[in-house]
Every structure is written in structure tokens, then in C-alpha cells.
Design a protein around this ligand. Sequence first.
Ligand code: SAM
Length: 213
Amino acid sequence: MEATFWHNKWETNEIGFHEKEYNPGLTRHFSGLDLPSGSRVFVPLCGKTRDIHWLLKEGFKVVGAELSELAVKQLFEELQTQPAVEDTASGKIYTAPGIQVFTGDIFQLTGNSIGRIDGIYDRAALVALPDSMRKKYTEHLRAITDTAPQLVITFTYDQAHMDGPPFSVPAAEIETFYAPFYQLKQVQDSEVKGGLKGQCEARINVWQLIEKA
Ligand SMILES: C[S@@+](CC[C@H](N)C(=O)[O-])C[C@H]1O[C@@H](n2cnc3c(N)ncnc32)[C@H](O)[C@@H]1O
């Protein structure tokens, strides 16, 4: 998707992907990554997800990356915290106790800029990207986080029935991108109740990815 697609979604408040509750895949399965409290968790393409509230509540530090500054402003408003904002060559950085969010294109982020990352939470990030960008995204994500363990939430459905985003990311694709580097454990494979966007039968899959020894 082009950046304008996402900016437009935020400007028109067409954010059907935004969940009002914590994602059950996160609350049930994040502990499987075995990250101690205080670990730095990267949330790529974070939007203003409430899952960040949960991660902070659980004692994690959050590092987010989000294209839309509008989304980032809303995130901090909803967190009820006043961020410090730093203008850098690669975009603005919003910082408050326990959280730092980089605005702009994730592909411009470097490992140096985001610092040490202990774990990754990918919900509606990999599946937000079209086929042509997913390989590049997974490589970049590994490069800037030094292959940190991940919890990844994906959808699978018949792509002929509906256009993404979210796109269908089958198990074989997760294996192609990640199996050379991570041990993969599928911890959930369940039906999307009522179908995806109420249109299409779909399954939700949750993966724990732990770096190979
Ligand atoms: C489907 S939404 C998911 C948001 C969030 N993960 C959630 O669960 O609510 C995808 C988000 O990725 C952001 N985005 C898209 N492309 C991006 C890019 N190249 N760099 C950073 N953020 C991007 C969009 O603005 C949008 O907020």
C-alpha cells in the first residue's frame, strides 16, 4: 500500500482494524516468548493499538513505529500522557515514560535508531502489507531487531474472495520468511467469528517465533 492510502485512512477515521479491547492472541500467548518484565518490545506499524496499553501495564517498555503522526498523537492522548517530541531527519520521535514511537516509514528505521529490542509484537503489520512488500518487511524487521523473538498474528482466507488489507498470510509464507532463522510454533488457529469484515470466512493464526540457537 502507498503511504497516502494509510494517511487517508487515519484522516477519514476509517480504522476498522483498530480494536477496542486487548487482542486475545496477545494476552494469551505473549508470555510464551518468555520476556522478563522491563524488556523492550517493538511494535511495528503500531497505529494507536490498545495492545500498547496492555504491554505497558504488564511492565514492558514499548518501541513503536507508525507512519501516521495523527495516529501517534491519538495514541498518546489515549494513554493520557504528554510526550516529548523530537524532530529528526528520519521523522518525529514521541517519547514518554516507558514508550518511544517513531513516526514515518518503518523502512527508514535502523537498528541504531531503535536500540536494543528484546521482543516483537506484530499484529496487523505483516498482514497489512501486500505480497510484494512482505519479504522486504520481514528481512528489515529481523535486521533492525537482531532477530528478536516475535509474537505474530495473521489471517488466512481465500484471497480470491476479498482484497486486502488485511492480506491472507498462510503458514507456508511464515515458514518461507522465518523458518531459516526462528523456531516456529503455531499456538492458535481459530475461526474469525462472523468472517473477516463480515464478508469472508477466515482463520486467525498466532505464531511464536524464537530465534534458532
Ligand atoms: C492495519 S493497521 C494496524 C495498526 C495496529 N498494528 C493495530 O493492530 O491496530 C496498519 C498500520 O500501519 C501503518 N503503516 C503502514 N505502512 C507503514 C510503514 N511503511 N511504516 C510505518 N507504518 C506504516 C498504517 O498507518 C496503519 O496505522
